[in-house]
Design a protein around this ligand. Sequence first.
Ligand SMILES: [Zn+2]
Length: 187
Amino acid sequence: MNLEHVFLCGNPALDFAATLRARRSVRFEMFVSPDRLDAWYLESGIVDTVSAGQHADVERAVALREAIYELVTARVAGDPYHGEALAVVNDTARKPPAAPQLTASGRRTDATSEEALSTVARHAVELLSGPDVPLLKECGNPECTRVYIDRSRGGRRQWCGMEPCGNKLKAAAYRARKRQAQGPAAR
Ligand SMILES: [Zn+2]
C-alpha cells in the first residue's frame, strides 16, 4: 500500500484520524516512524518546520489520533463521548500549540512535535463543537473508513476522493451491472 500522506477530509483532525487506514480490515499504519509523523505535520500545512520527533512523540500522536477517531465516530453516530478519549483530546489541546509568527513576507510556524500535536487536538475541539458536524460523513467505500466533511451541494459527495475510492467503487459497480446484464450463464 501507498505510504504517501493524503489530505482529503477537509480538516487536519480528520486527516490525522485517517492515518490508520482501513480500520475495519487491514488497519494500515501510516505513522510507522517519527519521520513519517514529522512529514505529516509538514505536509498538512499546520507547521513550516518541526523539530525531529522521537518514538515517544509517535506514541502520543497515535493515542491522540485514536481518541479523535473515537470522538468523531461517536458524534457522527449521536452517541455520548467516551470519557477517556475526551480527556486525551482536551489534555493535548491544553498544551501550547504551534504558534504562527508574522514575517516580512507572510507567516511562519516553527514548532516542536508536541506543539504540532496540540494544534491537531485544537482542530478536533473546534471541529466537533462547530458548524461542520452535520456534514461529517464516512467514505462510501466500506474498506476506507475515512471520515470527511461533505461540503458538496446537497451533500452528495459519496467518497473521500475519486483516486483512492470513487474510481475503484465505480469500476466495481460497472462490473456488477455488466454481470447482471449478462445473466447467470455468463458467470
Ligand atoms: Zn475513501
